[in-house]
Design a protein around this ligand. Structure first.
Ligand SMILES: Nc1ncnc2c1ncn2[C@@H]1O[C@H](COP(=O)(O)OP(=O)(O)OP(=O)(O)O)[C@@H](O)[C@H]1O
Ligand SMILES: [Mg+2]
Length: 251
């Protein structure tokens, strides 16, 4: 479904990601992990054709993304950037409805409005529906933007640090919703996270980046102290807790 083959990409003459090859399967949540500046955002931007790779190809259903129009791409990929902007004078409802843009020809159909209503309900945003997004708190806005990405009904969901501004309850709720939707709809969710414990709890696969390269990848069973220590240069212990793992600081 999504295949990245030997990608090198960056800005100007500088390569920020090097020789990256990855294969993503439907129904799974992939956590992209790694220190600041390791190339996580650059990888997501390359998948969404915002950056053109200097080498290598990103394939969606065996088609090179470079050959897909922006509109066709938007029916496949929803991308929530790390730094995002919205029109402050739009309401929550209008903002989420914008996710339907790739599908709307003249005006939204009944089914577009229904879908937005449903997503608003899932995200607990009912009481915010007609508030202007400019008047929301950072966390509330972040929830609206994740809801907008889902309204796009993507086959691939790219989220760059989407839960940074959320409180613990909302972080857990959003990750739960994302995990459920990913497996129920059989989509691919790729999410950049810095909270390793939340990643261990909710992601199916883990991709560790360091200095623009893939340092390690695998499922939960492959995670060990050594990887975390070498990727982040910190002293930690990984404990097995029930079916998950827990990182504790050992400095
Ligand atoms: N627009 C840009 N122009 C030039 N260099 C950039 C640009 N964006 C990122 N870089 C550089 O590319 C490298 C990778 O950056 P990237 O944003 O992909 O890192 P990241 O892993 O997402 O980091 P963070 O965790 O801080 O968000 C860094 O060295 C960064 O300085
Ligand atoms: Mg980033």
């Amino acid at each position: 479904m999504l295949e990245i083959s030997n990608i090198c990409a960056g800005y100007g003459n500088k390569l920020s990601i090097k020789n990256i090859s990855l294969h993503f399967n439907k129904g799974n949540v992939y956590a992209i992990l790694g220190p600041n500046g390791s190339g996580k955002s650059t990888l997501l931007k390359t998948i969404d054709k915002i950056i053109k790779p200097k080498e290598g190809v990103v394939y969606i259903n065996k088609e090179d993304v470079q050959n897909l129009s922006r509109k066709k791409l938007a029916k496949n990929i929803a991308y929530l950037p790390q730094k995002n902007s919205t029109s402050a004078s739009s309401t929550v409802f209008e903002t989420i409805l914008l996710g339907r843009k790739p599908y709307i020809i003249f005006e939204p159909r009944q089914e577009d409005l229904k879908l937005v209503e449903n997503i608003i309900y899932i995200f607990g945003l009912k009481y915010f529906s007609f508030r202007n997004v400019g008047e929301l708190s950072g966390g509330e806005l972040q929830k609206v933007l994740i809801a907008r990405a889902l309204a796009q009904q993507p086959k691939i969901l790219l989220l760059d640090e989407p839960i940074n501004h959320l409180d613990p309850k909302n972080q857990i709720e959003i990750l739960k919703v994302l995990k459920k939707i990913t497996s129920e709809l059989g989509i691919i969710t790729i999410i950049v996270l810095h909270d390793l414990n939340l990643a261990f709890k909710f992601a199916d696969y883990f991709i560790f980046m360091k200095q623009g390269k893939i340092y390690a990848k695998g499922d939960l069973s492959s995670i060990e102290d050594k990887i975390i220590k070498e990727v982040y240069d910190i002293r930690v212990k990984i404990l097995n807790v029930g079916r998950s793992k827990l990182l504790v600081i050992d400095e």
